[in-house]
Each structure stands twice: as C-alpha cells, then as structure tokens.
Design a protein around this ligand. Structure first.
Ligand code: GDP
Ligand code: MG
Length: 177
C-alpha cells in the first residue's frame, strides 16, 4: 500500500446526471459491484457508492452519486451537486432525445458547480449499436465544443465503464497539483 508522505486521503465526489433510463444506475452498479440489472427501476435509498481506485500508487476513494429517479421531474437538487469535483453526463445512443438534453444538463451543471469540475460525456448502450440514433461523431463533436471528455460505454457488456470513471478520477487527481 502506497500513501503520500503526509498519508493524504483522497475522496472525490463524482455525480451522474442525464435523462431517466439512459443507464446511470447500471453504469454505477457495473463499476462498483460488477452487476447489471435488466429491469432496474429508480434507485431507492442508495445515495452513493464508494469505490477505491489506484492512481499512480495513490489510493483514491471515488464517492459516486446516483440520482433516485428525481431527474424524471427535473428536480435534481443543489445538494446533489454540492462538493462534486467530477461528473459523468450520460445519454443513450439509441435515444436522440436523451442526447438533445445534454445541453440542458450542462446548463444545470454550470449553475451548481464551478468550471473546474472534471466532465465526461458518456454515450451509453453501445451494445445496441445496431439501433443507434446518435453517431459517435456527434457525441465527439459536442464533447469537443463543450470541452468534455467523451466515451461510448455499455453497462450491459462492460465496454469502457471502468475507463470512463477512471479518466474522470485521473483528471481530478491531475488538477490537484
Ligand atoms: P437510469 O434511469 O439512468 O439510472 O437508467 P438505468 O440504469 O435504470 O437503466 C435503464 C434501462 O436501461 C434498464 O432497463 C437497464 O437495464 C437498461 N440499460 C442500462 N444500461 C444499458 C446498456 O449499456 N445496454 C443496454 N442494452 N441496456 C442498458
Ligand atoms: Mg437510476
């Protein structure tokens, strides 16, 4: 186990946002517990899950917050965003409307967080590529416009899930120094 000279503890709050049913809860359960739920309903009771990640020999606790379904009512509160240093903005590549909502989510993020928050745009459900409505190029160019990292993921078959979270965690870590 490697610790910094002062035995620093790193705890990063990361929030998941995006329209209902894009796969936020499943991305988190895939990342934190390697589980997938094909009939997941709104998360009840669990506010966040903590996952320990090793970055350059430093032990980092990523505290990842999931909504309890309140995004359906556009009622994600400021408490949810408070103290966040990273965010994954998720859309569903098979549902154009969820991609159109990304701008609104970015506006909300700007209202609640400062500009230094590490931001990743995630196009989820890559396993359903055959019925996609949003091309990878569109995702990539929106990300470039807005200065976000970008990745397509599948919580179902694990594609890029670990990587998406780790890129954000590494960016937060790099921004510390
Ligand atoms: P949330 O409302 O954003 O938290 O979305 P959920 O995680 O509850 O997922 C909504 C639905 O999409 C559920 O039926 C999931 O099983 C399904 N789902 C989530 N991620 C994926 C994925 O990567 N691929 C596929 N095919 N389905 C997914
Ligand atoms: Mg959910």
């Amino acid at each position: 186990e490697h610790e910094g000279e002062g035995g620093e503890e790193y705890l990063f709050k990361i929030v998941l946002i995006g329209d209902s049913a894009v796969g936020k809860s499943n991305l988190l359960s895939r990342f934190a517990r390697n589980e997938f739920d094909s009939n997941s309903k709104a998360t009840i009771g669990v506010e966040f899950q903590t996952q320990v990640v090793d970055i350059d020999g430093k032990e980092i606790k990523a505290q990842i917050w999931d909504t309890a379904g309140q995004e359906r009512f556009r009622a994600v509160t400021s408490a949810y965003y408070r103290g966040a240093v990273g965010v994954l903005i998720v859309y569903d590549i098979t549902r154009r409307t969820s991609f159109d909502s990304v701008k609104r989510w970015l506006d909300e993020l700007t209202t609640h967080c400062d500009t230094t928050v590490a931001r990743m745009l995630v196009g989820n459900k890559y396993d359903l590529e055959n019925i996609r409505e949003v091309s990878a190029e569109e995702g990539k160019s929106l990300a470039e416009e807005e200065g976000l990292f970008f990745m397509e993921t599948s919580a179902l078959d694990c594609t890029n899930v670990q990587t998406a979270f780790e890129v954000v965690i590494r960016e937060i870590y790099n921004n510390l120094s």
